[in-house]
Design a protein around this ligand. Sequence first.
Ligand SMILES: Cc1cc2nc3c(=O)[nH]c(=O)nc-3n(C[C@H](O)[C@H](O)[C@H](O)COP(=O)(O)O)c2cc1C
Length: 392
Amino acid sequence: MNGPHGWQRRGYSVAAMRELARRALPRPIFDFADGGAEAEWTLRRNELAFGRTALVPRPLCGAATRDLSLTLFGQPLSLPVLVGPTGLAGLFWPEGEQAGARAAAAAGTAYCLSHASVCTLETVAALGTSPRWMQVFVYKDRGFTRAMTDRAAAAGYDALVLTVDNQLIGNRERDLRNGFGIPPRFTLRQLAGMARQLPWLWRMRRALPRLTLGNYVLPGSGLDFATLAGRLGSLLDPAMNWDDVRELRERWRGPLLLKGILHPDEAAQAARLGVDGIIVSNHGGRQLDGAISAIEALPAVVAAVAGSARPVTVLVDGGIRRGSDVVKALALGAQAVLIGRPQLWGLAVAGEAGVAHVLDLYRREIDRAMGLLGAARLADLGPEVLAEAGGR
Ligand SMILES: Cc1cc2nc3c(=O)[nH]c(=O)nc-3n(C[C@H](O)[C@H](O)[C@H](O)COP(=O)(O)O)c2cc1C
């Protein structure tokens, strides 16, 4: 049974894939992805809050086969689980962004590229995979935001995601404790204890010294990470406001989404300004520790945009580790969900095949949960299948 694909057998759930990733990666790299801000209260809460809602099955509905397909912004998807933007995917597997984009397309879902991809947005576009979304920020130099947006348009990205909850960088204490830096440097002592991580080190031997933030490399400027990360940090503008959303709305013709909305008032304002989609998110607990969990914030956001003149698509991410979590999110009014860390765990374990496996785990778990619930289509998932669980 211990064949070449033993990891697929051992990675029988998203949690099991996390465990395999933990063993495969050097500790500072695993923690960079796994960790959250400060006491990690919000990080834990994202997962735990799913326990506040219970599913109430109707097995006599005869849902013999289940249809997991949907249409998002006019494009058909075969799975309501999208791959969310995560910076430095190329740290987990060589050409990690390309691997993720290919796996998502093969699974029939969308891939959102992070602003902080190792390769450039044009490199991912050149793969021809779709749907592909591009995530951007508002920078002090608004010209830089405009330039990134125009590059995404020229490269044929299908949607633009403006992340709004990262204008100051969260206080990630695991990174401080581990002395996490790019490129990662290991002490002799750490190296001595890294027998299990040798495959990762070997695989990454050429990629590590060249690790960069592809989209920030300007013609004629240095490639080195410290320069680029410094530039990025000083570029983010905490004074960002609704004028920036207005401007982006005028500039970007395709679907525009705001990621990092938790407050219903902000969702309502976004709807008034003609934003097409909201991603209810606390950045996976990596930004404001103490922030409400994404799943608890979802119902009020759904209600706030319900009566909008133009329909607003509501998505959610944070702590979604099970098909039943996806089912709960959809029943609470989300049209689809995104995953962050689980994609990186898949990458760390087996690159493109690992991400494909993770997406397949969600597909099979959603299918089984819907079958047991008595739901044949995603549209059958509504408040009538939910009850308060009372606990946490
Ligand atoms: C390592 C890492 C890097 C991330 N980088 C970005 C990013 O560049 N842009 C962004 O909008 N969100 C980023 N996120 C947040 C994710 O898009 C997503 O909101 C979050 O991970 C969802 O929670 P989950 O990891 O519990 O699924 C990142 C998350 C992780 C774990």
